[in-house]
Design a protein around this ligand. Structure first.
Ligand code: NAD
Ligand code: WQD
Length: 348
């Protein structure tokens, strides 16, 4: 007997690939739709290798409605996990149309395909960035949403679309998971975070720096009203984020629209992170204090109580676990997924 079938959009990406692995290991059949705009097919290949299970992989753009409809015709899908999106805050300031188009048109064609196929259960990747410069800490789900850039606004708009959909159709079940700062890698070190170009996010920047691919970290801002003057974030291990998805799946489908913060509730400053990562990697991390990065806020820390109360979810892994696992992936794969021998159909 086969298990339930999950369609994972963006399943070749950082968080999606880790989620696919967890789904496969927990008895799901997995279908991935990804255009590889920010990822590599090697991630899907490695997920298959670690799990010893197959994934049905479709390299295609979500906006390609007829191909997407065909995927829903080809498989009996039970639930959709929607990760596919553009996700870089700074990039979204330069390319707002592309962000709205990709993140919202992609969602709309997905929902259209789901409706045609009669699939009404969705887990959506939302983001702490929708809170913007939060007034009170820690941030709860009822803290006001005040996004400050096109990326974050696209996520809030997506949530609003999903809430409207659930308002109109009472048998849809949608859960938006608002991740804080996911980082780290699967403990095997075989899959991890491998952004294209110079990393904009601090953790992959640190791992590539420690691996000798970069020279120096620029610490954006040392005059924030925080204990050491650098900005504080709630870094959460990617496998804890993955467990949040599994618990949300196990809780459902429950009709209606729900949203949960996925964070640890613990804040870490940039300098604390640098220290931790330096200890774990045994490498010096040269850094330079510089001006604040435009659009950054002083402190973002989650109140994760709702996810704990309603989903039974808690982040178990520590900052050290996160640094160790991120470093293991980087050490084992200094070029990330860039090694051509890792591609599907290659010798490995
Ligand atoms: P990622 O870029 O690694 O993964 C996204 C995947 O979606 C990529 O594989 C990309 O190729 C694919 N994709 C993008 N647009 C597509 C399209 N139109 N059609 C098909 N595939 C497409 O990003 P990630 O870090 O894994 O993030 C996953 C999700 O979580 C995103 O929705 C992101 O906004 C959200 N999120 C991420 C973070 C974070 O810090 N990583 C935090 C909060 C929320
Ligand atoms: C963390 C801290 C930087 C790089 C964004 C989104 C959030 C989520 C994660 C998607 C900040 C500092 C960084 C560097 C630095 N993504 N930094 N030097 O901006 O908190 O969060 O990505 O939804 O929603 O808003 O993450 O990793 O870029 O930065 O000093 O080279 O590290 O200023 O204080 P951020 P980040």
């Amino acid at each position: 007997m086969t298990g339930p079938t999950a369609l994972v959009t963006g399943g070749a990406g950082f968080i999606g690939s880790h989620c696919c692995l967890d789904l496969l290991l927990n008895g799901f059949e997995v279908i991935v739709v990804d255009n590889l705009v920010n990822s590599s097919a090697a991630a899907v290949e490695r997920v298959q290798r670690i799990s010893d299970k197959r994934v049905a992989f479709y390299q295609m753009d979500l906006a390609d409605q007829s191909s997407l409809d065909t995927v829903f015709e080809n498989h009996k899908i039970d639930v959709v996990l929607h990760f596919a999106a553009y996700k870089a805050v700074g990039d979204s300031m330069n390319r707002p149309l592309e962000y709205y188009s990709n993140n919202l048109a992609g969602l709309l064609s997905l929902l259209t395909a789901m409706r045609k196929a009669g699939i009404k259960h969705l887990i959506f990747s939302s983001s702490c960035s929708i809170y913007g410069d939060a007034e009170g800490l820690p941030i709860t789900e009822s803290s006001p949403a005040r996004p400050t850039n096109p990326y974050a606004r696209s996520k809030l708009m997506a949530e609003q679309i999903l809430a409207d959909l659930c308002g109109r159709y009472c048998d849809w079940s949608v859960t938006a998971l608002r991740y804080f700062n996911p980082a780290g890698a699967h403990e095997s070190g075989e899959i991890g975070e491998d952004p294209s170009g110079v990393p904009g996010n601090v953790v992959p920047y640190l791992t590539q720096l420690a691996a000798g691919r970069l020279d120096e970290l620029t610490v954006f801002g040392s005059d924030y009203p925080t204990p050491d003057g650098t900005a504080v974030r709630d870094y959460i291990h990617v496998m804890d984020v993955v467990e949040g998805h599994r618990l949300a799946l196990e809780a459902g489908p429950v009709p209606g629209f729900r949203k949960y913060n996925l964070g640890t509730g613990v804040g870490t400053s940039v300098l604390e992170l640098v220290r931790e990562f330096s200890e774990v990697s045994g490498r010096q991390i040269p850094y330079r204090l510089a001006a604040r990065r435009p659009g950054d806020v002083a402190e973002l820390v989650a109140c994760p109580d709702l996810a704990h109360a309603e989903l039974g979810w808690t982040a178990h892994r520590t900052l050290r676990d996160m640094c160790e696992d991120a470093w293991r992936f980087q050490k084992l794969h200094p070029l990330g997924y860039g090694d051509p021998t890792n591609m599907i159909g290659s010798r490995r």
